[in-house]
Design a protein around this ligand. Structure first.
Ligand SMILES: Nc1ncnc2c1ncn2[C@@H]1O[C@H](COP(=O)(O)OP(=O)(O)OP(=O)(O)O)[C@@H](O)[C@H]1O
Length: 754
């Protein structure tokens, strides 16, 4: 039956042991905290079955109250049981979820483990494979060593056998040698006895020969005696009988002597033969002896060889044992190196990965750098194009400021830095600040060149303008500034120093180079040069060969070099020398010539001060043979005279006159520019030779650039401020839009000043 729980912390179990047949309890079923008026309850299977099978008893069928109460009680218990079931189900579901999670975790863990085990297995397999290979190679090496050892043992056995046989052979040979030596001794003895006998026989022979010769003597004597006897025969005929007997006896004696002589000769022959055979025998014995000696020698050599073999065998044995030790050491080392290999393999693998990563990142970086560079180049191109477009639209005169470095002997005194360059983004490379009386004057130009800027740097910035002249524009570049501020240096450069050559020679080099490269596109250019100076409001032809006419003021009528502009904006200077030029070398020569003819003088501010405005004009006439297009460009490069005030120049007399003329023309230049800027009806071009000459350039058809040159020393601050103010006003001017001068038909008079 249903019973209240005695202990709330007890773990509740559905259908506990009471279930009888099966235990359906989950191991960790949570404790039930379900409570009712009956308190926390738990049911057994029997409880539930009993509850379900319970028949509500009532005393009276019609006592509805009691029936109702019993029913209510029954329903309550049923509800309790249902809630208990629901809770149990929830517990089971929670438990199931937990188990599921644990299972998933375990499965994941198992998969991870499996992967890592697989990796480990692969690694181990690789290691095993490598070890196997190493083991095989070691085994092969071992087998080789063993084969070598066996071969060495074999050869050792063979050597031993050979040694034994050699020893035997040596013993036999020693025996034979003994015998041969005995034979040799007997043979020597025999030789000795034969030699003795030979000597005896020789002696005998010689005695026989003596005897023979004696007999011959006797015979001769007998013949003598016979002769004498013959002679005496007649005398002794009577004694013949006696003598005949004597004679026959002597005859017999003679025959016997002859016979004995023949015997002796025979004996001698036999002895000679015997000696010869003995000699042969002796020779044989000698040969035998030599042979034996040779054999003995070979045996001795073999014995030495055998001794060598013995050494070699001992050496081989030593090598074998050392090789065995080496094999053992090698095996140990192999094991060690395998271990080290494993470690280094691991680190190599890591390093390789790292290296690959780094390589990849380098490649990425490189491509990014390349991209950035490309973008930079494109950006720069775009910037320049936009810059040109803006300038063309605005039609302004461009102004570049250049500050020269302090010259040797110059110093800025105690006043400190008078010139500085702002570093803000918008003014960087374009701004210049001048301090005067503790007051800062800030200026901004199209470009500001600090003293460190080289001639090359300056030229790079204007090279596009030079290209414009080739494209058919009128280009005018002039340098403005006080005496000694670097105008001539900027335009002409330092004579004799290639590195420091100025804008004029550099422009010409570029033009000649471009002319050459444009030839392939069908362009042919003709270039003409003129150089003049305006000194005291008089034009002087610097290329004239008449030196007197150039140098003196007198004799030059104002009409001589009259300036005229035609309707197309071209300027003509009467009687001006205009020369065709074919190379930049020719132009340098002409520049030198012109420089020598220029009017220079000493002022307080410059040893070699230009007292005139120098105007270099290059007329460019181009024809394209394939398109029949024609261009006429003009490049005017002008080195103005110093702009200093009279008080500062310290001029008197002629110098004063010069300075006044210079100042007049420069202020006329200012007047013209400002009139143009204000768009006044009347622009006073005719107020000075300089402005009148440059009218087409200033009037708006040309691309005009002004350099304002500044001296950095503090004593020049006043002049610098004047120059910068003038330049700033020029920079603010709008004088029109440059026009390109092109034509399809040939022009009659293409060449003009501008
Ligand atoms: N950027 C520079 N670097 C080195 N030296 C320079 C530079 N600018 C000028 N100088 C030197 O300064 C001196 C004066 O320069 P320069 O003669 O060019 O002045 P200038 O303005 O033409 O004077 P003037 O108007 O009197 O003719 C010269 O000795 C020149 O070599």
């Amino acid at each position: 039956m249903v019973g209240a729980m005695a202990n709330n912390g007890r773990i509740r179990s559905a259908f506990p042991v009471t279930n009888g047949s099966k235990d359906l309890t989950p191991n960790s079923a949570p404790a039930s905290t379900t409570g009712s008026e009956y308190g926390p309850v738990e049911f057994t299977r029997e409880d539930v079955e009993t509850l379900l099978n319970e028949r509500i008893k009532y005393k009276s069928k019609f006592n509805y109250k009691e029936r109702c109460e019993n029913m209510m009680d029954y329903i309550k218990r049923l509800r309790l049981c249902i809630r208990w079931f629901q809770e149990l189900e929830l517990d089971y579901a929670f438990e199931q979820e937990k188990l599921k999670n644990a299972l998933e975790l375990n499965e994941k863990h198992c998969v991870d483990m499996e992967v890592s085990l697989k990796n480990k297995e692969e690694e181990l397999n690789m290691i095993i494979e490598e070890l196997r290979k190493n083991f095989e190679s070691v085994q092969v090496q071992l087998a080789r060593e063993q084969t070598e050892k066996l071969a060495a043992n074999d050869s050792l056995g063979k050597e031993k056998e050979a040694r034994l046989s050699v020893e035997k052979a040596q013993a036999g040979l020693t025996e034979e040698l003994g015998k041969a030596q005995g034979d040799l001794q007997t043979a020597n003895q025999r030789i000795q006895s034969v030699n003795d006998m030979y000597k005896l026989l020789q002696e005998y022979n010689s005695s026989l020969q003596l005897y023979n010769s004696k007999l011959q003597g006797d015979l001769d004597e007998a013949h003598e005696t016979i002769k004498r006897g013959e002679k005496e025969r007649t005398a002794i005929i009577e004694n013949i009988g006696n003598l005949k007997g004597q004679f026959s006896a002597l005859q017999e004696q003679l025959a016997a002597s002859k016979a004995s002589q023949e015997d002796i000769m025979k004996q001698k022959g036999e002895l000679v033969n015997e000696i010869a055979s003995l000699k042969v025998e002796l020779q044989q014995v000698k040969d035998d002896r030599d042979r034996h000696l040779v054999e003995v020698k070979t045996l001795q050599t073999e014995a030495t060889k055998y001794n060598d073999f013995k050494d070699a065998i001992t050496e081989l044995e030593t090598t074998c044992s050392s090789q065995s030790t080496q094999i053992r050491q090698l095996q140990d080392r192999l094991v060690n190196s395998e271990r080290r290999l494993q470690v280094s393999d691991l680190s190599t693998f890591e390093k390789m990965n790292e290296y690959e990563d780094q390589k990849q990142s380098i490649i990425d970086l490189k491509s990014r750098v390349e991209e950035a560079e490309l973008k930079l180049v494109e950006g720069e191109k775009l910037r320049k194009k936009l810059h040109n477009t803006i300038l063309e639209l605005k039609g302004n005169i461009r102004v570049f400021c250049r500050v020269r470095p302090l010259l040797p002997g110059e110093n800025n005194g105690d006043e400190g830095k008078t010139i500085s360059y702002p570093t803000s983004l918008e003014a960087l490379g374009r701004g210049i600040d001048l301090m005067q009386n503790a007051q800062k004057h800030a200026f901004t130009f199209d470009k500001v060149f600090a003293p460190t800027a080289s001639q090359e740097d300056v030229f790079t910035e204007i090279s596009q303008l030079v290209q414009s002249a080739l494209d058919g524009y009128k280009v005018c570049i002039f340098a403005y500034g006080q005496t000694g501020s670097g105008k001539t240096y900027t335009m002409m450069g330092r004579p004799g120093n290639v590195e420091e050559k100025g804008l004029i020679p550099r422009c010409l080099e570029q033009i000649f180079e471009t002319r050459q490269s444009l030839r392939s596109q069908g362009w042919k250019y003709e270039l003409q040069v003129s150089m003049l100076e305006i000194y005291n409001e008089t034009i002087r032809d610097l290329l004239s060969t008449n030196k007197e006419a150039v140098r003196t003021d007198s004799g030059v009528s104002p009409q001589k070099h009259a300036i005229k502009h035609d309707a197309s904006g071209n300027t003509h200077v009467a009687e001006l020398t205009i020369l065709d030029v074919k190379s930049s070398r020719e132009v340098s020569f002409l520049l030198d010539h012109a420089a020598r003819n220029r009017s220079v003088g000493k002022t307080q501010m410059n040893e070699q001060s230009s007292r005139s405005h120098f105007v270099f004009t290059l007329r460019i006439s181009g024809v394209n043979e394939s398109t029949e297009q024609q261009v006429q460009g003009v490049l005017n490069l002008i080195d103005l005279a110093g702009s200093e005030r009279l008080s500062k120049s310290g001029s008197t007399g002629d110098r004063l006159k010069e300075t006044q003329a210079i100042n007049k023309s420069l202020s006329s230049l200012g007047d013209v520019i400002f009139a143009l800027a204000k768009k006044e009806d009347h622009v006073p071009f005719r107020n000075s030779k300089l402005t009148y000459l440059l009218q087409p350039c200033l009037g708006g058809d040309a691309k005009t650039l002004m350099f304002v040159n500044i001296a950095p020393e503090s004593s020049s601050t006043g002049e610098s401020l004047c120059s910068l103010r003038f330049a700033a006003r020029v920079n603010a001017c709008e004088i029109g839009t440059p026009r390109r001068q092109t034509n399809i038909k040939p022009l009659e008079n293409r060449l003009s000043l501008g």
